[in-house]
Design a protein around this ligand. Structure first.
Ligand code: 5GP
Length: 212
């Protein structure tokens, strides 16, 4: 793995979308393509889906443990989503920022608002829209891990999630995975070059223009 750059501050990248709009696939592809990005692993009270692995996809916890983590101030944000609660552990976020690594968050609009309030300028918010509601439903159905009832419920929630699109810095329409991934990578590349993130610039420029 490449050594991450120490001369810039890490970036917090939020990807939000209604369930099924493709953000999990985009996240996976981005992580594979970019060694400076790591995934934030949330805690959730939701039971694992088939194929999901504890501490890779989520930290699966019961209600009592979630309460304990909340009370101990271990979450940078948390929110109820559907019938369960989801929260982002604070410690890995702080460590990554300090080390100049980037963290990717797959969280909903409620969590994004809280992260924005807590982390401000360190956060880059990206919202992914499906090309149509019919296509969103088709993708939810081909995923095949959820029952009809769950799909209907998620479709009903999608419109309300989409209503938060304007709270994001970037909005992408996921017509095809490859272009959407390329767009996310361009955003990340540009955000890394922002002057205020390049903490090594001041000494570099001082040296650059110093009389020899
Ligand atoms: P799923 O159950 O399909 O994995 O996730 C359901 C929703 O919860 C998704 O919209 C996902 O972005 C959101 N989510 C996952 N982890 C977190 C978290 O730590 N905080 C918040 N606020 N939302 C989360």
């Amino acid at each position: 793995m490449d050594q991450p750059s120490r001369t810039r501050r890490g970036l917090l990248i939020v990807l939000s979308s209604p369930s099924g709009a493709g953000k999990s696939t985009i996240s996976r592809l981005l992580l594979r393509a970019d060694p400076e990005v790591t995934m934030s692993i949330s805690a959730t009270t939701r039971p694992p889906r088939p194929g999901e692995q504890a501490d890779r996809d989520y930290h699966f916890v019961d209600d009592k443990e979630f309460d304990r983590l909340m009370t101990a101030g271990e979450f940078v944000e948390w929110a109820p989503v559907f019938d369960y609660r989801y929260g982002t552990p604070k410690a890995p976020v702080k460590a990554a920022l300090k080390a100049g690594r980037d963290i990717l968050f797959d969280i909903d609009w409620q969590g994004t608002q809280q992260l924005h309030a807590a982390m401000g300028e360190d956060l880059v918010r990206i919202f992914i829209l499906p090309p149509s509601m019919a296509e969103l439903e088709r993708r939810l159905r081909t995923r095949a891990t959820d029952t009809d009832e769950v799909v209907a419920f998620r479709m009903a929630r999608a419109a309300s999630e989409i209503s938060h699109w304007a709270e994001y810095d970037y909005v992408l329409i996921n017509k095809d995975m490859e272009s959407c991934l390329a767009e996310v990578r361009s955003i990340v590349a540009a955000e890394r070059l922002k002057r205020q993130r390049q903490i090594g610039l001041v000494p570099f420029v001082r040296d650059l223009v110093a009389p020899r």
